[in-house]
Design a binder for this molecule. Structure first.
Ligand code: SF4
Ligand code: SF4
Length: 189
């Protein structure tokens, strides 16, 4: 009888997330890491994350800060000799990390995503003032108060939108269908 190991199950979990399919193709050439402009701030480099995933180091990978420091610049993706979409893989790690409750304690990015998603889902657009206020209420309400003078100054210069641009009911329905599908495919916010 075939035995599934802890290693196999983590690789399969990553492979099942859109963007994670290429995990088995890596030859560990290090091109992605050498190309990454933010590798220095990551506790594990992009190629190390792949090696660790293949070794079944689920908790270490999903609690890493690396994916949260990814700039989505796509350099790794365009240079990978195996055609692996490393940027998408970083986003797959983000999804799994949030899903497993292991998102790095020092990053506020999941709260930023959640705030973005809440607004886009309910309004179909992103009024900047409401979005950023909601984000700081979720993360650091005192900072929201400290940033008020800057917000007022931006508003005075017409650089901060307050009103949401409303979609038509049909546009809202279509947008929600897209977001629901993304969630069905494994996305989280
Ligand atoms: S560039 Fe591609 S093959 Fe090379 S280590 Fe990175 S993901 Fe693996
Ligand atoms: S997309 Fe992310 S992981 Fe890839 S090179 Fe850019 S910052 Fe680094």
């Amino acid at each position: 009888m075939e035995r599934r190991t802890r290693t196999d199950s983590f690789i399969e979990e990553v492979s099942a997330i859109p963007g994670g399919e290429g995990i088995r193709l890596c030859i560990q050439c290090g091109t992605c890491t050498a190309s990454c402009p933010n590798a220095d701030s990551m506790d594990h480099t992009p190629s190390q994350l792949i090696a660790m995933t293949r070794a079944g180091m689920k908790e270490e990978v999903l609690s890493s800060n690396a994916m949260w420091h990814c700039l989505s610049c796509y350099l790794c993706t365009v240079r990978c000799p195996r055609g692996i979409k490393q940027t998408d893989l970083m986003h797959a790690f983000e999804c799994l990390s949030v899903r497993e409750g292991l998102s790095h304690g020092r990053t506020l990015t999941p709260a930023m995503y959640r705030s973005f998603n809440d607004f886009v889902y309910s309004l179909g657009s992103l009024p900047e003032a409401g979005f950023i206020t909601w984000y700081y209420l979720l993360t650091n309400p005192l900072r929201a108060i400290r940033l008020l003078p800057m917000a007022l100054s931006l508003r005075k210069r017409g650089r901060l939108t307050i009103r949401a641009r409303r979609l038509t009911p049909e546009g809202t329905r279509q947008l929600r269908a897209i977001l629901d599908k993304a969630e069905e495919l494994g996305g989280v916010s």
